[in-house]
Design a protein around this ligand. Structure first.
Ligand SMILES: [Zn+2]
Length: 317
């Protein structure tokens, strides 16, 4: 393995974080950019410009990218992306040429899972599943200390596990119905929160919906934490759907730890306790008794730290 710091980049659906990641995994100078809904050229230019700024004077020898895309991992090609215009793009080769240093690319949630397993909420565990509840549901699976990516790199999409096969159509380019993502993502919580606010105009949630028309998943989580009954009910329903999905995850992988992150996870136990209850009721012994379902520890730095870890290992992880 080479030595020296690297740049870790988390290019999420709404923002980009790029930072210097040292060999001891401390994050040095970092920069942040918000996407303004630009086309592919603008998104790539923003990535190059942000990495160049983070890298200036750091001596960074490689760049790791986590991007919200399904990948051909060995080829470094982005096959499809719901949240950024990166479909059918030879991302690694293009970025290697533009940045002039070795570039490694993986799915953003895979790298967040790696970070939580190595230095975050699941530190010390070898079998870990991470779900981030955001616009969609990102997920990563670490088995025996290694990322599980599937045959080509497009696997580990737990957000698209069917929870209700007669359920509503999934979002983006997923042809499924009743996927976990439709039931428990930040988008789903926002949708249900907006409905609940209209049904309960006297609640704090109802007043916010009346004022603004819609609410976000984070706002529903925040109101739940203040004790608003309508918001608590929405979080509990999402938690039960999440638990139904996690019961299958527990049965299939027998993880030691399941880490839940993303903005809507700020509701903490108001979301996780209903999920834990459903897992306890529906998953098999002994896995249901040993699994720990915990909130993420690294916050928004998880993807950046994971991308740094990945680049530090020269993409072999
Ligand atoms: Zn789906």
């Amino acid at each position: 393995m080479s030595s020296g710091p690297v740049i870790g980049v988390d290019a999420g659906g709404t923002k980009l974080l790029a930072g210097v990641v040292d060999e001891d995994l401390t994050v040095g100078h970092s920069v942040r950019r918000l996407w303004s809904g630009g086309d592919r050229a603008e998104v790539l230019d923003t990535m190059v410009e942000a990495v160049s700024e983070a890298r200036a004077g750091s001596g960074a020898r490689a760049v790791g990218f986590g991007i919200p895309a399904l990948l051909d991992f060995d080829a470094g090609v982005s096959i499809s992306s719901v949240h950024l215009p990166l479909a059918d793009l030879a991302f690694r080769d293009l970025m290697t040429e533009r940045l002039g240093v070795p570039v490694y690319v993986d799915n953003d949630a895979n790298l967040a899972a790696l970070a939580e397993q190595r230095v975050g909420a699941a530190r010390g565990a070898s079998n870990v599943v991470l779900l981030t509840l955001g616009t969609g549901i990102g997920s990563g699976i670490v088995l025996d200390g290694h990322l599980f990516r599937g045959a080509s790199g497009a696997g580990a999409e737990i957000g698209h596990m069917t929870i209700d096969h007669h359920g509503p159509p999934c979002q983006g380019n997923c042809p499924g119905r009743g996927c976990l993502e439709v039931m428990a993502s930040g988008t789903a919580i926002a949708r249900e929160g907006t409905d609940a606010g209209r049904r309960h105009p006297e609640s704090a949630l109802g007043r916010l919906v009346a004022q603004r028309g819609v609410v976000t998943g984070e706002e529903v989580a925040e109101l739940a934490l203040t004790g608003d009954d309508a918001a608590c009910s929405v979080m509990a329903a999402a938690g039960r759907s999440l638990g139904a999905g996690l019961a299958s995850v527990v049965n299939i992988f027998e993880p030691e730890v399941i880490v839940i992150g993303g903005g809507a996870a700020a509701a903490g136990d108001l979301l996780l306790d209903p999920a834990r209850e459903v897992v306890a009721q529906r998953a098999l012994r002994p896995s249901r008794d040993t699994v720990r379902i915990v909130p993420a520890a690294l916050g928004e730095e998880a993807g950046m730290v994971g991308a740094g870890l990945f680049a530090l290992a020269d993409g072999r992880i």
